[in-house]
Design a protein around this ligand. Structure first.
Ligand code: F6P
Length: 333
């Protein structure tokens, strides 16, 4: 970084890393960062394995061709990790030193709230220029309508549940389908509405097994012989396996099955929505660093690019609209 005549620091080289759980669209975001940086005459380094790569000097020089044909690929070509060492200030200091030694004067972090905490520390403690873009399938990041990866994950879940529905109908089975989302019910609620699920159990509202059983009995009276119950993995009564067990003790005559979708929701080729979102946010990350904006997550709300402090993006969470639960139930009867 050099001083311009106006006193503003001029960037010469930036780095980009992916951190936390991978999400479909991370590659599209890397591609946008690399190409936008080259377009603005910046050098770009890819950091391998998330924050660990900053500690181990694991940098690779990125050229335009390094990101050819990755826009359609799930996962992340830079690989990702969770890095507990980064919770220590000494490690962060070493990371800043390594970046300086490699001529890097700005960093783009593609990840979720945990990654933004590490990014925010680099900015707050050392004034190192850093921006982030929200990448997680959970969609629980504060300050953006959608996170990169969510749209692909819910579409994958919807396809899987549509398939399960065929078997549920053919054999009169009550299916408990567990979806991801950690402590949040975004994936569960969206897939429930999109698949016409009979009930949705999410961490944001208390689950009553008794109420669920009463509801299932009332459904049977209406001659519904099969059903899909979506269970968010973070539900307070447990995962789909636990809930199915509790329901079976009260309704032993019901034929039930459990299906846990798991990591199939994390992988796969990103949807058009995720590719576009990743490309717009990745591009804006570079523009922001060039303009001297730092310590922010770049999000998108109401069709506009927004800048949210990393402090807020890492400490607050986006919340579901609880009215969707009853809407989902009303239209599935
Ligand atoms: O945050 C993304 C996510 O897939 C969550 O939905 C899930 O709880 C978690 O990561 C699983 O993490 P891991 O792959 O480390 O088990």
């Amino acid at each position: 970084m050099t001083d311009t005549p106006s006193g503003k620091k001029e960037l010469k080289k930036i780095a980009v890393l992916t951190s936390g759980g991978d999400s479909p669209g991370m590659n599209a975001a890397i591609r946008a960062v690399v190409r936008s940086a080259i377009y603005r005459n910046l050098e770009v380094a890819g950091v391998m394995n998330g924050f660990s790569g900053l500690l181990n000097n694991n940098f690779v020089e990125m050229q335009s061709h390094s990101v050819s044909k990755i826009i359609s690929r799930g996962g992340t070509i830079l690989k990702s990790s969770r890095c507990p060492e980064f919770h220590h200030k000494d490690a962060r200091e070493q990371a800043v030193k390594n970046m300086h030694d490699n001529g890097i004067d700005g960093l783009v972090v593609l990840g979720g709230d945990g990654s933004f905490r590490g990014a925010n520390d680099l900015w707050k403690e050392f004034g190192f220029p850093v921006v982030g873009a929200p990448c997680t399938i959970d969609n629980d990041i504060y300050g953006t309508d959608f996170t990169i990866g969510f749209d692909t994950a819910v579409n994958t879940a919807v396809t899987a549940i549509d398939n399960i529905r065929d078997t549920a109908d053919s054999h009169n089975i009550l299916f408990f389908v567990e979806v991801m989302g950690r402590h949040s019910g975004f994936i569960a609620l969206h897939t429930a509405i999109a698949t016409g699920a009979e009930a949705t159990l999410i961490p944001e509202t208390p689950t009553s097994i008794e109420k669920l059983c009463n509801y299932l009995v009332s459904e049977r009276r209406k001659n519904k012989t099969s059903g899909i119950i979506i269970v968010a993995e973070g539900d307070d009564e447990g995962g789909a396996e636990d809930i199915a067990k509790k329901v079976r003790t009260q309704l032993p005559d019901y034929e039930t099955r459990v299906s846990t979708l798991g990591h199939v929701q994390r992988g796969g080729s990103p949807t058009c929505n995720d590719r576009v979102l990743a490309s717009l946010l990745g591009h804006e990350c570079v523009c922001s660093l060039i303009e001297g904006r730092s310590g922010v997550m770049i999000g998108r709300e109401h069709k506009q690019i927004v800048y949210v402090s990393l402090e807020e993006a890492s400490s607050k969470h986006d919340v579901i609209d609880k009215s969707w639960i009853s809407i989902s139930q009303i239209i599935s009867i």
